[in-house]
Design a protein around this ligand. Sequence first.
Ligand SMILES: C[S@@+](CC[C@H](N)C(=O)[O-])C[C@H]1O[C@@H](n2cnc3c(N)ncnc32)[C@H](O)[C@@H]1O
Length: 281
Amino acid sequence: MEETTDTESQQVLLEKKKEVVEKKKTKDSGATKKVDDGKPIIESTTLWDYPKQSYGKTPKGNNKYAGVTPAFIIYNMVMRYTQPGDLVVDPMCGSGTTIDVCKEEGRRCIGYDIVPTRPDIIQNDARKLPLENESVDMIFIDSPYGDNIKYNEHPANFGEISAEDENFYKELEKTMAESYRVLKPGKVIGWLIGDQWVKKKFTPVGFKIWAGLSKYFETVDIICVTRRNQSSNTGVWHYRAVKWNFYLRGFKYLFIMRKPLAAGGDQPTNGDKVAWTRYDR
Ligand SMILES: C[S@@+](CC[C@H](N)C(=O)[O-])C[C@H]1O[C@@H](n2cnc3c(N)ncnc32)[C@H](O)[C@@H]1O
């Protein structure tokens, strides 16, 4: 239970009233329509905002799973960057949202996780994918953003490493290299990630992940997705953010990156010792 002062309590009440008004506005506004004929709309801008996790008659993933991905994001990636029958891979599949979206859209999908939550998810560490070179049509990853969520106790869980620790990026880069290896040239990876502000310290997790991805892939675009359902999305935290002059996280990034085609522009940019010759390209 949070302790609040009298002034805080009054502010919290005010914030709650505002929230109710905003929610009503959102409900009434045609501009916020996210589903058409039971399917999500295909987004036309780089700002995406989803009031709920799933759509349609059947659930996509498990909305009780901590850190579950809005199915709308995966739907948009699948519809824009794959064709029916294509192979989609999610190396950190969590509650299986990617599998469910793909199944409904006629895409083949392999979902891995370090601790599978259901039988159709294969146990695997994302640093090594048991797949052939250049065999995959799209990868989607919503990785841990640091150690803010307790996913499981597995020692290889990236979610046990703080985003303030350089090892977090070093270990995730192994997944980037593997993603590069298994993706077909010209195909796309989508990586969802959020920044961190903990104990008065900001960490630009998104920029650091993008820097890692950029060693392997070219940027197609960068999307901002509104962060909802956060434990800090309460009146008291909004009050504190203003009073103590900090910001609550309002969005996360979706980096849409493409594996370059063989000719031109496909060399690593920072001289890192990536064993490029290992890969038949
Ligand atoms: C943000 S969640 C993914 C949520 C998922 N997209 C969904 O909709 O349910 C991140 C996942 O990464 C998994 N993970 C963490 N470290 C991993 C590793 N080394 N290899 C594979 N999966 C890992 C966690 O177990 C967790 O399920």
